[in-house]
Structure formats: C-alpha cells, structure tokens
Design a protein around this ligand. Structure first.
Ligand SMILES: C[S@@+](CC[C@H](N)C(=O)[O-])C[C@H]1O[C@@H](n2cnc3c(N)ncnc32)[C@H](O)[C@@H]1O
Length: 240
C-alpha cells in the first residue's frame, strides 16, 4: 500500500482491529516501510538541538518501536541508551537493525514495558519520544509527563516533536478529526481498544504539561525541511 515491501491494506486492517500491542507485533516486520516510522529528516532536525556526539551520558527512547530514534541517541550518548516499548515484535526488529552499528556506538538496552508505567527514577540525562504521543491514553497526558520527569536526573531534558493546532479550515485538521472519530467508533465496537489519536500534545498545551511537572520548556522552530516545516521540537529541562 505505501511501499512494495510495506503492509497491504488487509494487513493494516487486521492490525487496526487488534489491540495496540498485538497490532504492532503484526506490523513489526514491515513497519520500517510505512510512513509511521519517524522519517530521518525529523530525527536529524531533533538531534541538531540535543547536542554533539558523545555529549550525553544516558538517554531513554520512550516507545522506541524499531529503533528510529535509538540510532541518533547512540551517537549522542557515551554510556547507555535504553529503548522501552511493549511490542516484542517491534523490539526484535530494533535489535536486528541496530546490530549493524559501529564499535564506537554506545550500548543499547531494550526494555519490554508500558509507557504509562516507566520503571525508571532519576537515571537519564535525556528522554525522547517520537511518533508515539498519540498512543498516550486520553486524560493520561499529565501522568505520562510526570513519569518522564521522574525518570530524568535534575538538569535532564525531555524532547518531543509537535506542532500548533492546525487551522479549523485546513484539510489536515479535518483529516485528523475524521481519523479520531473513526477510532472512537472502532473502540466502541471492538475490544480491546486500539489507542491512537491525532492532535495530542500540541502547543501550547505541551508547555503547560511540562511546567506542571517541573520541566522548563523551550520551543525550537525552523529545524525541518518541507513537508515537515510546521513541526517544532519542545525540550523541557528538569529544574536542578
Ligand atoms: C508509531 S510507532 C513509533 C515507533 C518509533 N518511535 C518511531 O518513531 O519510528 C509507536 C510505538 O509505540 C509503541 N507503543 C504504543 N503504545 C504503547 C504503550 N502503551 N506502552 C509501550 N509502548 C507502546 C508501539 O508498540 C510502537 O512501537
């Protein structure tokens, strides 16, 4: 459907009718051939505000999937990079694709776990999440940011990529609303739910959520080429 090696329409439909975890297990072998894998242009733009190679000790990638962001984190880090995700299928793919790294790359650890129950406290200098904010259940956004703030050391940073709310007159706004409506109907009719919604963690709400949990937010703009120009990187720094 997206790419000759990507999933077919029927494979995507089967994935969407499964639970979120099972859906990603099914999609895992073909995930990197879908537009759901965060593009390198976005990862590079984000990396440009996070630091120079080997300037960070320990970093965490939340909902790491097949490891798109782990690839940039292991060049930035000196000591340890951890990727957490609940899909074993996605973690297996990440492990396979990162195995081809070079010797100077920082070691990567994988944790199979739930992003709403992060098993970390005071141990990372940087936490990132890309392509995954739509999986945070509605109403649990504040708890998600609280857990990330807890995982960071004082002075540690939480970085994500987001945007402003698109104008009500834009096709992007209505496409997102239509998708969200379809997911609500799907979740009313089919159990277990598939948690995936657009228009979450937008600005300025993300800044407010970060402030609520002691993260001082800075917004970086102008980092991405077309068609990603409207995206912004928000970096929240935990107060010392
Ligand atoms: C769209 S993929 C993004 C993967 C990767 N970060 C990227 O940008 O290419 C979303 C990932 O979030 C994971 N995920 C979704 N909900 C989760 C949850 N509640 N706990 C842990 N992982 C979750 C999925 O398994 C999947 O690997």
């Amino acid at each position: 459907m997206f790419h000759p090696q990507g999933p077919t329409f029927w494979e995507l439909a089967r994935q969407a009718l499964s639970s979120t975890e099972r859906g990603y297990d099914l999609l895992a072998p073909k995930f990197d051939f879908t537009p759901f894998r965060t593009p390198d242009e976005i990862l590079d733009g984000m990396a440009s505000v996070l630091g120079t190679p080997k300037s960070i000790d320990d970093a965490l990638d939340i909902a790491c999937g097949t490891g798109a962001a782990l690839r940039i984190l292991r060049t930035l880090c000196r000591r340890r990079v951890v990727g957490i995700d609940f899909s074993q299928g996605m973690l297996d793919q990440a492990c396979k694709s990162l195995a081809a790294g070079c010797v100077e790359d920082c070691p990567v650890e994988f944790v199979r776990g739930e992003i709403m129950q992060l098993p970390f406290e005071n141990e990372f200098d940087l936490a990132v999440t890309v392509g995954s904010l739509g999986h945070v259940p509605r109403g649990q956004e504040s708890e998600f940011v609280r857990q990330i703030a807890k995982a960071l050391r004082p002075g540690g940073r939480f970085a994500l990529v987001t945007a402003d709310m698109p104008p009500l007159t834009s096709p992007a706004y209505w496409a997102a609303r239509t998708f969200n409506g379809a997911m609500h109907v799907r979740n009313l009719l089919v159990r277990p739910p598939f948690i995936m919604f657009y228009l979450t963690f937008l600005l300025p709400e993300t800044k407010r959520l970060m402030a609520e949990h002691g993260l001082e937010a800075a917004v970086h703009e102008g980092l991405f080429p077309r068609p990603y120009r409207g995206l912004k990187v928000v970096v929240g720094t935990k107060r010392v």
